[in-house]
Design a protein around this ligand. Structure first.
Ligand SMILES: Nc1ncnc2c1ncn2[C@@H]1O[C@H](COP(=O)(O)OP(=O)(O)OP(=O)(O)O)[C@@H](O)[C@H]1O
Ligand SMILES: [Mg+2]
Length: 505
């Protein structure tokens, strides 16, 4: 099989960071090629070089696509050759409809007038292709991250794509949707489309990859081929991290305390935009030092429940009671919820969790600025000290805490988001998909951090679509189903089967 793509000796530097150091990367025509590596290894950067985000001249080395050296000046030029990239951080326009988004930039026109009817019909076709049963006239703002991901893929398919690049496409999808997406990639392969998929989910990588290339610290470590029977999970992990990792979940030494810390009673939430009840009479509690897992399918209302407790930033109509340490709290807005010592790490770090144009230290201090200010003046030295403390303790990989968050790799952005909320010194920490897009090594670090936090008495609500994570980290599990708490399982009784049963019945 010949190569559709060869990237030769690619080097890309940012101030203070050599993101790519003489990387060689070859992709065969028609294959599914997975690109793996730890957070910050350079995967996204390599794909941005390929697609022209970093234009010719901003990197050194050669891109050979379909046997010709290409010098892309922008993304349009790579797109015209059939290279389509779906970014790690989604890039849809929230206020537009699905169909407008799908055809944005390549509108269907008759004599310069957009043909909306055809746009809608075509959109339906692509939504079908990605198995998304949804009205194309719905606005993107009303969709969850997972659905948005599928729309990004529909958008890529609507262009005449030869090389499809997906940067962590299943990070936000539940198992069923991920399976559908992987099947979709296999279908596309049958149709001759070549794919490059970046993923931290090694189960998926080993299931569909024809070739796996591993990057570490900006260098190509090796390529493994399915044909030669070289692809297996342990081999990939060892090459990725440069050492062996034996346990996915660190051992927990502490037990939940007896006192209840958070009590949530009869929460109802109505979303006016969707005109539906998103949380229905949900009640649950979390003890001090306990991790309570919240499982459920996408759209079950897990994030909405978290939002309702955390001061309801989206203006749902919320009723019910929240108690922290036995006292009724005012949770009518996020500021009050923070004051009552509740913190919420958003699943959507780019949209809600972080201010991308500010640096790491500004983001970390944000939810607790008052402790750093006297009068109206921020104590900069203290801010720097705090940020450095988190940088070291949860291992944020960056040359400096003055780095803009926008420039961090996805996993490191997530660590900043968690640091910010830890600094607000909460009693209850709600983590919404905390390890989405995070590599195996960093996951272990975050799990270890969770264990440390609960042993010091923090209560944690862990919302996750990854059942192994729910099962590996929770003391107790609640399952949400269409906005209702469908069941509560002590961890000894919980397993994948009964959780899925409760989530779907
Ligand atoms: N625009 C930028 N400015 C400065 N540094 C950057 C920029 N983009 C990336 N980097 C740095 O380059 C390195 C590689 O980042 P990249 O985003 O390619 O990693 P990644 O392998 O995709 O990681 P992840 O799995 O976390 O998404 C990191 O150290 C990152 O902080
Ligand atoms: Mg990345």
């Amino acid at each position: 099989m010949k190569n559709i793509l060869e990237m030769k000796g690619i080097t890309k530097e940012f101030p203070g960071v050599k993101a790519l150091d003489n990387v060689n990367f070859e992709v065969k025509t028609g294959e599914i090629h997975c690109l793996v590596g730890e957070n910050g290894a350079g995967k996204s950067t390599l794909m941005k070089v390929l697609s022209g985000v970093y234009k010719y001249g901003e990197y050194s080395g050669d891109i050979v696509f379909e046997n010709k050296v290409r010098k892309f000046k922008n993304i349009k030029e790579s797109e015209q050759l059939g290279i389509s990239i779906i970014y790690q951080e989604l890039a849809l326009i929230p206020e537009m409809t699905i169909y407008e988004n799908i055809f944005l930039g390549h509108e269907i026109k008759n004599k310069n007038i957009i043909n909306w009817n055809e746009t809608i019909t075509e959109s339906k076709k692509y939504l079908d292709l990605v198995n998304l049963k949804i009205n194309p006239s719905e606005k993107v703002i009303n969709l969850g991250v997972g659905q948005q991901q599928l729309i990004e893929i529909a958008k890529a398919l609507s262009k005449d794509v030869k090389l499809l690049i997906l940067d962590e496409p299943t990070a936000a999808l539940n198992e069923e949707e991920s399976d559908n997406l992987l099947k979709l990639l296999l279908d596309l392969k049958e149709k001759g489309v070549t794919s490059i998929m970046i993923s931290h989910k090694l189960k998926e990588v080993t299931a569909i990859a024809d070739t796996v290339t591993i990057l570490r610290d900006g260098k190509t470590i090796c390529s493994l081929s399915k044909e030669k029977n070289e692809i297996n999970k342990n081999k990939i992990i060892t090459e990725m991290v440069g050492r062996e990792i034996n346990d996915v979940f660190p051992k927990r030494k502490s037990k939940p305390f007896d006192e209840v810390c958070l009590e949530v009673k009869n929460i109802n939430a109505y979303n006016h935009k969707l005109r539906r009840q998103v949380v229905k009479d949900a009640s649950f509690y979390v003890k001090k030092g306990e991790v309570v897992g919240i499982a459920g399918l996408m759209g079950a209302g897990r994030t909405e429940l978290a939002h309702s407790i955390f001061g309801n930033p989206y203006g749902y109509q919320v009723s019910g009671e929240v108690l922290v340490e036995g006292k009724n709290i005012d949770f009518s807005n996020p500021k009050k919820a923070i004051k009552a010592k509740i913190a919420y790490v958003s699943e959507d770090r780019k949209g809600n969790g972080l201010i991308l144009m500010q640096d790491i230290k500004q983001n970390i201090s944000l939810a607790n600025l008052q402790t750093l200010t006297k009068g109206k003046i921020i104590n900069n030295n203290q801010e720097i000290m705090i940020a450095n403390k988190y940088k070291d303790s949860i291992n944020i990989k960056t040359p400096s805490i003055e780095q803009k968050v926008n420039n961090l790799s996805g996993g490191n952005q997530q660590k900043v988001s968690i640091s910010k909320w830890l600094f607000s010194n909460p009693k209850v920490l709600i983590l919404d998909e905390p390890t989405r897009g995070i590599d195996v090594g960093a996951k272990f670090e975050i799990y270890t951090l969770i264990n440390e936090l609960i042993s010091s008495g923090l209560s944690i609500v862990l919302i996750s679509s990854e059942l192994p994570e729910i099962l590996g980290m929770s003391d107790r599990v609640y399952v949400l189903n269409e906005g209702r708490i469908a069941g509560e399982l002590p961890i000894e009784e919980a397993n994948q089967e009964n959780i899925i049963q409760l989530a779907t019945e």
